[in-house]
Structures are given as C-alpha cells and as structure tokens.
Ligand binder design. Sequence first.
Ligand SMILES: Cc1cc2nc3c(=O)[nH]c(=O)nc-3n(C[C@H](O)[C@H](O)[C@H](O)COP(=O)(O)OP(=O)(O)OC[C@H]3O[C@@H](n4cnc5c(N)ncnc54)[C@H](O)[C@@H]3O)c2cc1C
Ligand code: SF4
Length: 438
Amino acid sequence: MAEFKSPKTEAEFEQNFAQIKPLMTPNQAYFESSRCLFCYDAPCVNACPTGIDIPLFIKQIHSKNTLGAAQTIYNSNVFGYACGKVCPTEVLCEGACVYNHQDVPPIEIGRLQTFATEKAISSNKKLFELAPANGKKVAVIGAGPAGISCACELRVAGFEVEIFEAKAKPSGLTVYGVAPYKITNEEALNEMEYLQNQFGFTIHYNKPIVDDKDIEALESGFDAIFLGIGLGSTSGLGIQGEDKEGVHGAVEMVEILRMNHHNFSMPKKVIVLGGGNTAMDAASESSRMGAEEVILAYRRGKDEMGAYEFEYDLAKGVGVKGLFNVAPLEIIGNGKVEGVRFVRTRVVNGKVENIEGSEFIETTDWVVKATGQSKQSHFLSLISGLKTDSKGCIVVDPVSFQTTNPKYFAAGDSVSGGQEVVNAVANGKKAARAISKI
Ligand SMILES: Cc1cc2nc3c(=O)[nH]c(=O)nc-3n(C[C@H](O)[C@H](O)[C@H](O)COP(=O)(O)OP(=O)(O)OC[C@H]3O[C@@H](n4cnc5c(N)ncnc54)[C@H](O)[C@@H]3O)c2cc1C
Ligand code: SF4
C-alpha cells in the first residue's frame, strides 16, 4: 500500500507536501535566537554564498527588531525568504554552526531567516531607497534567482530594468522546480511581488527571447544585457525506448506537478533514474503523490551519489527504495513503458563497468529521467562573440561576470552548470555591481 494517498484537493496536496521547514511562531523564534553565541568571525556567515550577517539578524530577532532583521537579510540576499526555506542549510550556514562541534543541534538559521523576512513581506515594509534614475537601461533575460537579484541591485543603483521571461511566473526554478515541501507556490510568488513593489522593475511574462530579431532589438534598445537563463530541458539517456509514453524528464515532471498540484495523476510504480538531488526530489514527490512503489536506480554505489545525504534520507523517509550499481540499457514496452532492462555494474578505477550476463528487467508504469539538464546552446549561439566552455556553460570573468561579448553579463546555472538558488542570487548581484560601472 502507498504511504500517501493521491491528493484530490488542494488541502490534501498541502498535507502530503507539508513544509519541512515550517514558519516559526514568535515564541519559537525568540527562544531559538537566544541560543546563538554571536560568534566572532562567525563560520555560518563564511559558509553563506551571499554573506548574510547571520549573528546580527539573529540578535535583531532576539531584541524583537524583526523588520531590522529582515533588512539585514535583504541587504545581502533578496531571496531571503526563499533561501531560508530552500537552501541546503545543512551543508551551508547550519552545517558550519559551531554547535555542531559540541554535538548540540545547530541554530535553525534558515527558519529564523524566513521568520524575519515573512514579517517584511506580509507588511509590505519598504526597506530600500532607490538612487535617482541614471538614464541607463538594462535588459535581463530570465526572471529566475540570478535575473531578479541582478535587477534589484541595478534598480538600487538607478538603472531602468526590463526583464523578459519565457514563462508566466517569476522566480525560475524556485516555483517551477524546487520540491513543494520546501516552499509553496504562494510563498515563492509573494516574495517576488514584494520585490517588484520594492524595486520597481518591469517583467514581460510569456516573452521568450528566441531569435536574431529579438536579440537585435535588445542590443539596440539597452545599454547592457544580463543573461539569467538557467539550463534547458532534461538531457536524454541515449538508450532505446526513451520516446515511449510514460517516460518523463524529472525537471518537466516537477514543473507539471508544481503547476497542477492535485490535478496530476500518478501511476502505481515509478522508476527514477539518477543519483543527484533532482533524482531525490522526483522520487520523494512521486511517493507523496501516491505512487505505491518508487525505485531510485543509480549506476554507481549509494555512497557515490551526488545528492546530499539529507536529501536521500528525505526520499527514504517516504518509502523510496534504492537500487544501486545498475545501468539502464533499454526502456521496454509496446508504445507505453512497461519496464526497464538493466545491467548490473561495478566500479573499477573510478569507472563504471557493466557486468556481463547480469541483465534483468524491472517492470514499471513510469520512468523518470533525472539525468541532468541540457544547456541552452542554440540560444547562446545566436549571440555574437559569446563563448561557452566544453560543457556548454557561458564563459564569464570570475569577478565581473562579463561574458566574452562585452555588452552581455551572465550568472546563475547557465554559467555554473547547476548550483543552488543562493549561488545564482549571489552572482546575479555581483554582475549588477559590475554593470553599474559601465
Ligand atoms: C528539480 C530541481 C530542484 C531544485 N531544488 C533546489 C533546492 O531545493 N534548493 C536550491 O537552493 N536549489 C535547488 N535547485 C537549483 C536551483 O533551482 C537553481 O540553481 C536556480 O534556480 C538557478 O537560478 P537561475 O536564475 O540561474 O535559473 P532558473 O531558476 O532556471 O531561471 C531561469 C529563468 O530564465 C527563463 N528563461 C530561460 N531562457 C529564456 C529565454 N530565452 N527568454 C526568456 N526567459 C528565459 C526561464 O523560464 C526561467 O524562469 C533545484 C533545481 C532543480 C532542477
Ligand atoms: S556559528 Fe552558530 S552560534 Fe555562531 S553566530 Fe553562527 S549561528 Fe550563532
């Protein structure tokens, strides 16, 4: 029997996807903030890619200056609320907290961060003064964490900013990709509305930049262009049967789930292929959507998975079963997927080898490929002089984030190849600071 029943209503969806880092009450925040040691040269700050002054905002929460705490957070990171919920704090700020050395649970920095920023968002508190208009205009392609962060910083410096976004909603993968038990759509979008009110950038939705004509228009109409386009669709496996009905890319599946919630039908058995964080999310989400059996199949051993340990624990906690040292050879079925033909593998000198004669078939109703995202190579090839590296990532100056075409700057997943929301926010801001000098 499935641990979760397929949700039929929004309330059932919310129950299955209960927030793993729920909002603190004022009392919880007060007591949790009292535990902070306000360390000198605090390791938690050094571990945060956006360098939030964590001991300062915790002290502000403790002295009941919650909006002051929100100001401290937003000064460094405009996705302060989202990051408090979706950041892998276990390996960043909370992982670095000195309490870990004493076998005492670290301070719940992420939850304190969302506690403070929620107060600013719900009261629409104005925290930023914008410099007078400097007469310069920047086009931002993509309203994800990198693009929005860049836009906010540019607005503070007096630039006019227009964002061109392919989809209907802002925040990129924060609303279209991150697991719904980390942040709800409403929470992600509330923070975006708050930022738009604060910073006054313009977003053109459902406006993908697709061809030479679009690019020419931006190049002639704007002083600089920022690329915050993220990555593309799920990469193919290159095996037979990938085109069968019931074979899905993980990123595409999560997007449908996030946008349709309970209007999404889950089959009984699902095989997720991959060992990264996206694979863990897709497996956990399949289980929470009511799949009776979810198998996570990875071609190396359990300890070699790229996923954070706590993400695997989350998946195991909702009944996902691991199948390790197996590689898919073919997806079988008559039009519709019926199973996966696997071969067992071993790792020799770091390389995966198939074990001859060890093939077997695992039946399934669905296959979810969590095999990484492709790069937006075609789009990037339209921009003259723009270089990408051997993996298809945009080449930038590591300090200014300027690309090899001096009119363009870039940050986020399209440069890094795929990191976290907080890295995209940090680097989008650095790019904006460099653009401010043009
Ligand atoms: C399934 C999944 C789960 C994840 N979970 C987490 C998590 O729990 N915590 C975490 O911190 N990180 C997580 N990440 C990673 C994180 O979401 C990304 O690192 C982050 O969103 C990258 O930000 P970005 O702005 O570079 O790109 P994106 O968030 O991808 O945003 C890019 C935006 O650009 C738009 N766009 C693209 N091309 C064009 C175009 N030609 N014209 C106009 N618009 C365009 C897209 O529609 C999109 O809105 C996850 C990623 C995935 C795939
Ligand atoms: S490391 Fe922990 S105790 Fe020290 S300042 Fe940071 S949150 Fe507070």
